[in-house]
Write a protein that binds this ligand. Structure first.
Ligand SMILES: O=C(O)CCC(=O)C(=O)O
Ligand SMILES: [Fe+2]
Length: 380
């Protein structure tokens, strides 16, 4: 279990479970409430991967390669996302977490609802957290774990919660190590080392047994097969409010990222054993705008149930995140004001796609493409 949890008040600020639950796996025709049109999203609705005639794909980085730092830095600058292989997470653990997700989401609705996320709660079963910003509903369900999964797992499986909890615990432990390693590779590529006083909070030595004091949450997502996938949206376009996110997707495609320039969605094709890494908004701030936080979404398909598990990695509570001073000089003033994770989550819950702009101190330099200005995304 992560020893510290995500500051929860800000999650509470955005109650999203007010919708009535619909058992998506039993619906034979797409209801109007779930039918999206171009008015619900300003970005090109179709496209993604080979179908659009482009061969451009999200970079895959081998963590064993001698130049992993450079490759990651380049991927972060140009895409804000990459896949990693040879990441050290055992395959059987990836299979186990997927099986844990399957066993949870395939339960009858009444059983999942025993752990429904309360309107003012942080953990549990419910609709996507960003739902309140959209007038149409998404074709997905989720289960959020902040801190121990025990309480909710017990509600769902009163006599049989151990296996689920053990898998979550094992997975989070491994993810924490990997996320820390990835963060240092990302920062290393910007010339930031563990010696820097400013990033001492991220140093594993700062906290004895369980790695750094960084906090995390686990988000399990389920996208049932959909009778009309071209008009449905699994998870609407967003950036993650994290330092970075490590995403495990089942071997069914659905994740798409907006390519720099903002006019093309590219599918992140599942690659055997690979994990997807997103640059989050807080890494964008730390890098003083060098690394864009990737805008992404999940689309659905007609025949197969897709699962994903996102490990949302952030700084310890109370730590102020601001552009690192090594990346700031008279020509590159700090683009953002300092924020804690909790503060930023509160801002995101209020301003959604305008959250980064709302903590911004100065506009990007002339000639610098602001890949993080998503304010043209129409919400709700
Ligand atoms: O299901 C996916 O591929 C994306 C999930 C995601 O973006 C999230 O949980 O933040
Ligand atoms: Fe995401």
């Amino acid at each position: 279990m992560p020893s510290r949890v995500v500051p929860s008040d800000s999650f509470r600020a955005n109650p999203t479970n007010h919708h009535k639950f619909l058992d998506l796996s039993s619906v034979k025709e797409l209801p109007e409430s779930h039918a999206w049109t171009s008015q619900n999203n300003d970005y090109p609705f179709s496209g993604g991967g080979a179908a659009d005639g482009s061969s451009e794909t999200v970079p895959i980085v081998d963590l064993n390669s001698g130049n992993a730092t450079e490759l990651i830095g380049h991927a972060c600058k140009t895409w804000g996302v990459f896949q990693v292989v040879n990441h050290g997470i055992p395959n059987n653990l990836l299979e186990e977490i997927e099986a844990a997700g399957s066993s949870l989401f395939s339960l009858p609705m009444h059983q999942k609802l025993r752990a429904a996320r309360a309107a003012d709660g942080v953990s549990g079963y419910g609709v996507a957290r960003i739902s309140s910003f959209f007038s149409k509903r998404m074709w997905s369900e989720g289960f959020t774990i902040v801190g121990s999964p025990l309480e909710n797992a017990r509600k769902i499986w009163p006599d049989d919660y151990n296996k689920f909890c053990q898998t979550i615990e094992d997975y989070e432990k491994e993810m924490k190590k990997l996320a820390g390693r990835l963060m240092w590779l990302m920062l290393g590529s910007l010339g930031i080392t563990k010696e820097e006083e400013e990033v001492k909070w991220a140093d594993p030595k700062e906290e004895s047994e369980s790695g750094s004091g960084c906090a995390a949450a686990l988000q399990m997502n389920s996208y049932p097969a959909c009778p009309d996938p071209d008009r449905a949206m699994g998870l609407a376009a967003h950036t993650d409010s994290t330092i970075l996110t490590v995403l495990h997707q089942s071997n069914i495609s659905g994740l798409q990222v907006l390519r720099e320039g903002g006019n093309r969605w590219v599918t992140v094709e599942p690659h055997p054993g690979a994990l997807v890494v997103h640059v989050g908004d807080l890494m964008h701030i730390l890098s003083n705008g060098s690394y864009p936080s990737v805008l992404h979404r999940a689309v659905v398909n007609r025949t197969r149930h897709r699962l994903s598990v996102a490990y949302l990695y952030g700084p310890p509570p109370g730590v102020k995140i601001s552009p690192l001073s090594k990346l700031v000089d008279q020509y590159n003033p700090p683009m953002y004001r300092p924020v804690t994770w909790s503060e930023y989550l509160g801002t995101k819950a209020k301003h959604f796609d305008k959250a980064l702009t709302s903590v911004r101190l100065c506009a990007p330099r002339v000639g610098f493409v602001d890949t993080n200005d998503h304010s043209s995304v129409r919400v709700g």
